[in-house]
Design a protein around this ligand. Structure first.
Ligand code: SAH
Length: 468
């Protein structure tokens, strides 16, 4: 059998984690990714760094590329020997033209595979607290498109089903409601619109066939949206769960440890880059094995320090006489990956926590190296110096500000500042924290920076495995 060159992959409905394991694996291996406008950058970030990402942006009435050209591009890239992923919102074969693209591959003699995705038709209602079926209400569900091929003016077919779900119907909703009533659905039949389902800014509008258009007069619909019609909509009040979770804007680099707090909206506003260590800095790295202690205050410090050490042609063998201290278990484990077991691990994550951990150790006269970020709190070196140590800071990385994707602060409940640099970058972009948002941070130094900008941030407990 020939090697598969084209994968039609369903990306899921919006929440990045709703892609399948298989879809994610294939996405992370692809050479070329052709994606739609509903695909999030968070998901695209899972691709290889050098993958070619091509936006082909299909929308109901607006095509960046006509379908034939999308098909041609898939074929062209695959014939050039690339592994091509056609990444489509929701499921790739439900109103997604996956079938047409598969036909184009077959016609071109290309092997293809289809990786189904979670469709918005089912996922959006589920996140809204509306199960599409329920034994007490209905045992069938119909999924209908409210938008036809150009030139096809036939009225929308209205199926008879206990639950009817409409996609691509925002522009046509008045006609659809009219058609439902004409087809015999009673005026008091419940209807809900779920906009941006499974995303942090999901919104649910409800009514009956009789009054829904009135509701829309005050609150115009936003796309994308699915409509669900039937008795199951009544369950929404009981089963709504997603809107109860706090929505947390995470501005740091490692959001994965915070999902227990709520729905994480990840917009990294900073980025860590290796700093240039030439001249005397290189000498410090070369002689790092002569220090009595090396103290790491972050996982990034560990990572960039060893990168530089290896670049200098050295490795952990030079540290037979050096002791190591870190903050938190996660950092201790990270250090182990470089072949070193920490001699001291501060449980409380702050300079004060580290100084406490050193309280019973005589460091008078000892030499200590602190591989850190360019901007870091002076508390630790000052505290160590006070106890008589000779402290030297080695700048191994710097945090730089980064453009972030759009975020609608109206749908954010909390902001988590993971470092002073996230506070500074946020204030630069948004000026201040809106009143309805609770600011949170991970430790005293970040809280102090926040205070300087009049932000009252509450300190939260860090997940023991976390790293900012
Ligand atoms: N293949 C997709 C559907 C593509 S058609 C799937 O399986 O989900 C595009 C339509 O999908 C939109 O008009 C809208 O009705 C629906 N849609 C896609 N993502 C959505 C979301 N996050 N929330 C609500 N509706 C969505």
């Amino acid at each position: 059998m020939s090697r598969t060159n084209v994968f039609l992959v369903g990306a899921g409905p919006g929440d990045k984690e709703l892609i399948t394991l298989k879809g994610l694996k294939i996405l992370s291996q692809a050479d070329v990714i052709l994606y739609d406008h509903l695909i999030s950058n968070e998901l695209l970030a899972c691709a290889k760094e050098d993958a070619e990402k091509i936006f082909v942006g299909k929308r109901a009435s607006h095509h960046t590329l006509p379908q034939e050209q999308i098909n041609a591009l898939i074929v062209q890239k695959a014939k050039a020997g690339k592994m091509v992923v056609r990444l489509k919102g929701g499921d790739c074969c439900l109103f997604g033209r996956g079938g047409e693209e598969a036909q184009a591959c077959r016609d071109a003699g290309l092997a293809f595979e289809v990786v189904p995705g979670i469709t918005s038709a089912l996922a959006a209602p589920c996140y809204a607290g509306i199960p599409p079926t329920h034994r007490d209400f209905t045992s069938d569900v119909a999924i209908v498109t409210g938008h036809r091929k150009k030139g096809d003016d036939r009225p929308i077919d209205i199926p008879r089903a206990g639950t009817v779900i409409f996609l691509m119907s925002v522009a046509n909703i008045a006609n659809i409601i009219q058609s439902l009533l004409e087809a015999g659905y009673p005026g008091d039949t419940k209807i809900a619109a779920i906009e941006r389902g499974t995303c942090y800014n999901q919104r649910v509008l409800k009514g009956t066939l009789d009054n829904f258009l009135n509701t829309l007069k005050d609150t115009p619909l936003r796309t994308p949206a699915v409509f669900i019609i039937g008795k199951v909509v009544e369950l929404q009040e009981q089963l709504d769960w997603f809107s109860k979770k706090p929505r947390i804007l995470h501005l740091g680099i490692h959001p994965e440890h915070y999902s227990h707090l709520g729905t994480i909206v990840h917009r990294p506003i900073i980025e860590c880059v290796e700093s240039d260590t030439t001249g005397p800095m290189t000498e410090t790295i070369r002689h790092a094995g002569q220090y009595d202690w090396i103290i790491f205050t972050s996982g990034n410090g560990i990572r960039f320090f060893f990168k530089k050490l290896y670049a200098a042609g050295l490795d952990a063998r030079i540290f037979s006489n050096t002791k190591f201290a870190v903050i938190g278990q996660a950092s201790a484990e990270q250090l182990m990956e470089f072949g070193i077991k920490a001699d001291l691990c501060a449980a409380v994550e702050s300079s004060a926590g580290l100084l406490d951990a050193f309280a019973n150790i005589d460091i008078a006269g000892l030499s200590i190296l602190l591989p850190q970020a360019e901007v870091s709190s002076p508390d630790l070196p000052e505290g160590l110096s006070k106890n008589g140590a000779k402290v030297e800071k080695l700048v191994v990385y710097q945090t730089i500000e980064k453009e972030i994707d759009d975020v609608d602060l109206d749908y954010i409940d909390q902001i988590l500042f993971t470092s002073g640099s996230t506070v500074r970058a946020f204030v630069k972009k948004f000026a201040s924290v809106p009143e309805h948002i609770q600011a949170m941070c991970l430790g005293v130094p970040t809280q102090t920076t926040a205070k300087q900008y009049n932000i009252n941030a509450k300190i939260i407990e860090k997940d023991p495995d976390a790293e900012s």
